[in-house]
Design a protein around this ligand. Structure first.
Ligand code: CU
Ligand code: ZN
Length: 186
């Protein structure tokens, strides 16, 4: 009888050990996952909305002091075009409305990218030359790849007109002529 009790106790111990190891491995896997979600770069391919021609690529790269934005677009009318990150990464509508309003997790007023009071999504304007080609490059300190200001899974909208950087809450930039979803880049 005593022998059986001892064997039973040993079996229990062995069981606890196996369970502990399994938990340990789960923990290790979680740590690896955390490493994998450290995002360093994101990308957005811009496609035209119905009746428009703008195309291009926007990259976001983590740098000292924020996120470096590099945008190259073509197929624009010459001049300035409102350029924003919008709330939803939903490009199912023909006119861009499915992207929602400006990305504004802080719930503040519309402004320019260099102002302290601005939507996180306010990148200001992108200016096209006489050939309809535009390039924009700057470091933005209001956006991030993690937390509430994360831009991953949001969208970029290119507008028909110039963002006046003051009209609430849109900058009066007119129709949405192009858009794309911001995704994690390699
Ligand atoms: Cu916009
Ligand atoms: Zn805004």
């Amino acid at each position: 009888m005593k022998k059986i009790k001892v064997i039973f106790a040993l079996l229990l111990l062995a069981g606890a050990f196996v369970a502990g190891e399994a938990q340990n491995m789960d923990h290790k896997a979680m740590k690896t996952d955390k490493k994998m979600v450290m995002i360093e770069k994101a990308v957005c391919v811009i496609y035209p909305t119905a009746g428009n021609k703008v195309t291009g690529v926007v990259t976001f790269t983590k740098v000292e002091g924020g996120i470096k934005i590099v945008a190259d677009l073509q197929g624009l009318t010459p001049g300035k075009h409102g350029f924003h990150i919008h709330e939803f990464g939903d490009c199912t509508s023909a006119d861009g409305t499915s992207a929602g309003g400006h990305f504004n997790p802080s719930g503040v007023s519309h402004g320019g990218p260099m102002e302290s009071m601005r939507h996180e999504g306010d990148m200001g304007n992108i200016e096209a030359n006489s050939n309809g080609v535009a390039h924009l490059e700057y470091v933005d300190s209001a956006i991030s790849f993690k937390g509430i200001s994360s831009i991953i899974g949001r969208s970029i909208i290119v507008h028909e007109k110039e963002d006046d950087l003051k009209t609430q809450p849109t900058g009066n930039a007119g129709a949405r002529i192009g858009y794309g979803v911001i995704g994690i880049a390699k």
